[in-house]
Design a protein around this ligand. Structure first.
Ligand code: ADP
Ligand code: MG
Length: 350
């Protein structure tokens, strides 16, 4: 219980920046909340009957409970079973509940040049970012980081044959924390459509997928300011899109005046420097989620190249110096709320 409340309190500001509701002449909304993936899942449905809304909530509750327990990298789950069998080096059958995710994550990891790297679970654990309850306050020992990084964990080390898998690299430990939320939101949206719900938002702590409209208007979404509780910018959703953000404010500790956050650069083993937040708009949530993490690590210098490789069409990156980087298509959709950033760099088209 206290665990839930602690996290709801921590996440409450994230909920502020989501759906900016439009005028009351539009149809009434059904809103509800669940808790999964360490965050509040906010559900908004438009143009549904009370029966559909009830059914939808029941389905989403089952879905998110199932996904949360199946894909948990550290608690007893299908994914942690996979991880312990990978440690043996021998071939084994992978549960069908995790194999498709791992394969999709592997493709996205490759497209990101390994900046999105779900094989770095042991590094995440070393930093203490694996557990919601750990109170990490110190960076880990530099030699321990180096020893792990020298083993170069990568999903490319998996040898997959049909439904079987093995790896010779003992440093591989799969943590889908940068990806499962996006994949899960896609699964949930698919199930909503199956019961005839075509106008909805599923919002997992600020990472969301929206389908349809709210009456005659597009869904209007706010993007949180990385350094305040205000909305930085807003955007209208075009039919079926996911809006995902990775930020250095989601999870961090400070040591000797420096912020150590939870998005790690797999090339160095340390939190990625130079970026404060990245927002991506993409059709599916899984790709958007992987891309926000990859582009966060890529930073102001490399985000454009990596976005191109990953097939991403809309990016906004806030650098640690407060300047904003966007491609022209994103710039034409984004509306800044409040003070405009001091410096905005528009890249060549993606
Ligand atoms: P958020 O938690 O804000 O949604 P992300 O989608 O970027 O942010 O996910 C961050 C989580 O992903 C971390 O808590 C960690 O578990 C994992 N992670 C950190 N760095 C990487 C990385 N370079 N590649 C893949 N996963 C990562
Ligand atoms: Mg992500």
């Amino acid at each position: 219980m206290s665990y839930l409340y602690a996290h709801m309190a921590r996440l409450a500001p994230a909920l502020l920046f989501t759906v900016l509701l439009s005028a009351c002449s539009e149809p009434p909304l059904h809103r509800d909340q669940l808790f999964a993936f360490g965050t509040v899942i906010d559900i908004t449905l438009s143009d549904v009957t009370p029966q559909q809304a009830e059914k939808a909530l029941e389905i989403l509750n089952d879905d998110f409970n199932y996904m949360h327990t199946t894909w948990h990298p550290w608690q007893r789950s299908a994914l942690s079973r996979t991880n312990s069998l990978l440690q043996t080096g021998a071939r084994f059958s992978v549960a069908p509940s995790v194999l498709p995710l791992i394969l999709r994550a592997r493709e996205l990891s490759r497209a990101s040049d390994g900046l999105f790297n779900p094989a770095i679970g042991q590094l995440i654990k070393l930093w203490g970012f694996h557990s919601e309850s750990s109170d990490t306050e110190l960076p880990p020992d530099a030699d321990a980081i180096k020893a792990l990084m020298d083993m170069r964990p990568s999903l490319g080390d998996l040898v997959v044959d049909g439904i079987t898998m093995r790896t010779a690299n003992k440093s591989v430990y799969i943590d889908l924390g940068a990806f499962a939320k996006g994949y899960g939101v896609d699964v949930a949206i698919g199930h909503l459509r199956e019961i005839g719900v075509h106008n909805a938002i599923i919002n997992a702590g600020g990472d969301l997928r929206a389908i349809g409209t709210h009456g005659s208007r597009p869904w209007h979404i706010g993007i949180r300011h990385p350094r305040s509780k205000e909305v930085l910018a807003s955007v209208d959703i075009q039919g079926d899109e996911s809006v995902f953000t990775s930020g250095d404010y989601e999870r961090y500790f400070e040591y000797k005046g420096k912020r150590y956050h939870h998005i790690l650069d797999p090339r160095t083993g340390y939190p990625a420097a130079d970026t404060t937040s990245v927002t991506v708009i993409h059709s599916d949530g899984a790709t958007a989620d992987a891309a926000t993490t990859a582009l966060f690590v890529a930073g102001p210098k490399d985000w454009h190249r990596i976005a191109k490789q990953m097939g991403i069409k809309y990016v906004m990156l806030v650098a640690t110096d407060g300047s904003v980087y966007m491609n022209p298509a994103m710039a034409s959709r984004i509306r800044f709320e409040g003070a405009k950033p001091g410096s905005i760099h528009i890249s060549p088209p993606l």
